[in-house]
Design a protein around this ligand. Structure first.
Ligand SMILES: C[S@@+](CC[C@H](N)C(=O)[O-])C[C@H]1O[C@@H](n2cnc3c(N)ncnc32)[C@H](O)[C@@H]1O
Length: 232
């Protein structure tokens, strides 16, 4: 059962109760700090590929997995019509408090309206959870597009995480696709139930897009094996 630790951390920050960060780890990596202020980043502190995604956004926009609503707020301030959705109750509360006009507690697969631009940012493929669920999610995203609509999504090729210091690979090929991770979150002494979180390299995303009739082009590479793709 999900405790919505992520949402609690966002709410604490929003309500002035920020005293520690979220700790993340995965089945292939040790503890890492996810600074909560990063989840409230202004445009100037966003990675270039997120800034690019915002610049390319047009028409009616859906921000999927909006978190605290940073991308939605920027677009809203530019005069675009934005709907933000997230499966975290705390995240939606915070997005509303920060001023996102249309923010709904809803998982992607339950969305039914149509949009000109759909944004999935900060490893947008994560919410697909695992490789076997990618086509279902892509088909659904495609069904939410208006004519000439576009999906802007970022992810990373994480093969580098399977390299040791001297460059040798310890990838176990029997283990399945290397971008499928188990993700663990903890915050203020509480642990979230394990989540599946998917990283997709560009070629795998492109192949999956072809099978559901979506075109997939790389918009730009990021600074660390990450990229922004445009699906249409
Ligand atoms: C890494 S955070 C990114 C938040 C925000 N986009 C940002 O860049 O700061 C991922 C977000 O996706 C949400 N999420 C996960 N699965 C989801 C789903 N199936 N539908 C909608 N939101 C989802 C999580 O609750 C979380 O807020």
């Amino acid at each position: 059962m999900k405790k919505d630790i992520f949402g609690k951390a966002l709410l604490d920050y929003q309500n002035g109760n920020y005293s520690e960060d979220i700790i993340t780890s995965t089945n292939i990596s040790d503890d890492d700090v996810l600074p909560i202020p990063y989840l409230f980043r202004p445009y100037s502190e966003m990675p270039k590929l997120e800034q690019k995604a915002l610049q390319l956004s047009k028409g009616q926009v859906l921000d999927v997995g909006c978190g605290s609503g940073s991308h939605s707020l920027w677009l809203q301030n530019k005069g675009l019509n934005v709907k933000a959705i997230d499966s975290s109750k705390g995240a939606i509360e915070v997005a509303k408090k920060r001023g996102v006009f249309s923010a709904e507690l809803k998982p992607l697969l339950e969305e039914t309206e149509r949009f000109d631009t759909i944004l999935l940012l900060m490893n947008g493929t994560g919410i697909f959870q695992e490789l076997s669920l990618v086509s279902q999610n892509l088909k659904h995203l495609k069904s939410l597009l208006k004519p000439n609509g576009q999906i802007l999504i970022d992810s990373s090729d994480i093969s580098y995480m399977y390299e040791d210091e001297d460059g040798g690979q310890w990838l176990d090929l029997n283990q399945g696709y290397p971008g499928e991770l188990n993700y663990y979150l903890s915050y203020k002494g509480e642990k979230e139930a394990a989540m599946k979180w998917l990283y997709l390299d560009f070629e795998t995303l492109k192949t999956a897009c072809l099978t559901v009739g979506l075109k997939c082009e790389k918009v730009m590479d990021g600074e660390h094996f990450d990229y922004l793709a445009r699906l249409y």
